[in-house]
Design a protein around this ligand. Sequence first.
Ligand code: ADP
Ligand code: MG
Length: 216
Amino acid sequence: MKIVAIISQKGGAGKTTLAVHLATAAAAAGHAAAVIDLDPQGTAASWGDRRAAEVPEVISGQAVRIPALVNAAKQNGADFLVLDTAPNADQTASLACRAADFVMIPCRPSTFDLEAIETTLMLAKAAGKPAYVVLNAVPPRSSIGKEAAEGLVARGARVVPHQLTHRAAFTHGVIDGRTAQEFEPRGKAAEEIATLYKWLCGLVDMPTRGHAKKAA
Ligand SMILES: Nc1ncnc2c1ncn2[C@@H]1O[C@H](COP(=O)(O)OP(=O)(O)O)[C@@H](O)[C@H]1O
Ligand SMILES: [Mg+2]
């Protein structure tokens, strides 16, 4: 089983967006995917409540229970877990990092967000887990994303070579518990998620296609 923690001390960076889109991509590809929502705001869990499809499963819980939740997911046959976390650098984020194989840090390419990323990077480093920043909500047709990526690399961060653009489908898709790839399957947001998912599979050494009984 592969576990990806999504952390960032910034609210609105795109943690939940990334969590539900990646888990749904994995479920659609035949993996037994689940999201563990560790944010007391419960955004991912509410998305799961609105969702008609059975997968990915969304479980809400507290960080101190991560080992038990991971164990239960494993017993239920899950092979891909995404941990969605709250926007702070407290114990929740470090426990999620510790439980994960891989950490993803969504970040908007704005000065304030980029400045605030240091704490999040340090958290992942302290947990000794590979961590990558993924630039999210990048304005289309501008060089802002490229410049932000270069700035992050210059500061020693590892940056995902694929960015997520600011697109309405990411917001509209989740209204009724779907995702951009379900809302607009041939859209650019869907394409970006597919690319990011494939890249992630390569990095965590997980086959892109799984053999779960239920598919999204
Ligand atoms: N790539 C994107 N394009 C458009 N809107 C986005 C994108 N990523 C996130 N959003 C929107 O930004 C808001 C915050 O995203 P969210 O995933 O809830 O952040 P977090 O979980 O880090 O607080 C949500 O309304 C979400 O729909
Ligand atoms: Mg969130």
